[in-house]
Design a protein. Structure first.
Length: 368
């Protein structure tokens, strides 16, 4: 590529970035509204899942962990919208007091912890459902369905995610009256030529040798947090569908009503839809992580990728709204719990086989 071609490419990227920025301001507002809606829905969702009648299996406990993750992500999104100067980059955190900087960094940490938890809890739930359904005849796998297994998984995922985030956030050093300008990627929300009272800079450990430590960690985080869950979830979902299909064929002689067959067909379509939605949401975010690892933060392609984050973050918000919706649609146990909470007499009980099908379906498709 000649220098002129390189220059033209840079200009094109900057033009695209300008368009993305213009639309991105409206997307930020929309994401804020959706986040508020998600908070209300997931508060009720968590209340339902916390009922004694729902805390009967490991997958339902993992659903509680997912709901808490969604709530924390949405609450931090609302905080960032109102109280942070820059909502897109933690390296642009500035404030008039040192305490405010530490508070903002803590909010970034909380959001990162629960974003990672949400990804892995979805994969773990699909794994648990697959193992339980696949190994129904083996007693040694029976304890996988016990609630304590779900609590252990939620706790372990939270601890690992917290440790990883603590290491990541240790890269920041809070400085007063910095001697160098803010990074170029901060220019969208603040004047980078004015020295802020307090801001953040990379520590020597993360900045030496062209930020090799930071780049390596960012690449590792992209693979572990985004790409592995992104590919593992569809694989597990497809495997679960195959097992359920075999169970359906094996039980075909017992006879199923046409409405039951339509319900299972709807379940399959919803599983496929949510798997695709998960891939569309998380795979691009993993790509953005890799761009940050491979390019300088002031490079045009890095600036563009940072501006694209809000678009995929809004998809994450929409996903968090859909989780309770699909629980209502696919689980009779969930619907009956809501009826009891509202003082309404639950509908007549279905056959145990139908109930098991409903529970397997909803637990197999839930994700972050």
């Amino acid at each position: 590529m000649t220098p002129s071609d390189s220059g033209n490419a840079t200009i094109s990227i900057l033009e695209v970035t300008e368009v993305v920025n213009g639309i991105g301001n409206h997307v930020h507002q929309t994401n804020f509204v959706f986040s508020c809606i998600s908070i209300v829905i997931n508060l009720f969702h968590l209340l339902v899942l916390s009922r004694k009648s729902m805390k009967t299996s490991s997958t339902n406990i993992i659903l509680i962990g997912l709901s808490i993750s969604d709530l924390c992500i949405m609450l931090t999104t609302v905080y960032k919208h109102y109280l942070m100067t820059d909502q897109e980059s933690s390296d642009c955190v500035t404030a008039d007091t040192r305490v405010k900087v530490y508070l903002d960094l803590s909010i970034w940490s909380i959001q990162t912890i629960f974003r990672r938890c949400g990804c892995w809890l979805g994969v773990l739930m699909a794994t648990v459902r697959f193992i339980i359904v696949k190994k129904l005849t083996l007693s040694r796998y029976g304890n996988w369905s016990e609630p304590r297994v779900g609590w252990v998984m939620v706790f372990v995922v939270f601890c690992i995610s917290s440790i990883q985030t603590i290491f990541s956030q240790s890269r920041w050093l809070v400085v007063e009256n910095r001697s160098i300008p803010l990074p170029v990627n901060c220019a969208e929300y603040q004047n980078i030529h004015i020295t802020p009272q307090y801001s953040v800079m990379l520590t020597p450990f993360f900045s030496f040798n062209d930020q090799i430590v930071l780049r390596s960690y960012t690449m590792f985080d992209a693979i572990v947090t985004k790409f592995i869950p992104c590919f593992a979830f569809p694989v597990l979902t497809i495997a679960l569908l195959r097992v359920l299909r075999k169970m359906k064929e094996a039980g075909g002689s017992s006879g199923r009503s046409s409405s039951g067959e339509e319900k299972k067909e709807l379940t399959t379509k919803l599983i496929v839809f949510m798997t695709i939605a998960f891939f569309i949401t998380e795979a691009p975010l993993g790509g953005i992580y890799l761009v940050k690892a491979l390019y300088d933060r002031n490079d045009p392609i890095t600036l563009l990728s940072t501006d694209l984050v809000v678009y995929f973050s809004m998809l994450v918000t929409i996903n968090s709204i859909l989780h309770p919706v699909f629980c209502v649609m696919m689980s009779s146990q969930y619907r009956n719990t809501i009826r009891r909470m509202c003082g309404v007499k639950p509908a007549a009980k279905m056959s145990s086989a139908r109930n098991k099908t409903s529970v397997v379906s909803v637990q197999g498709i839930q994700m972050t």
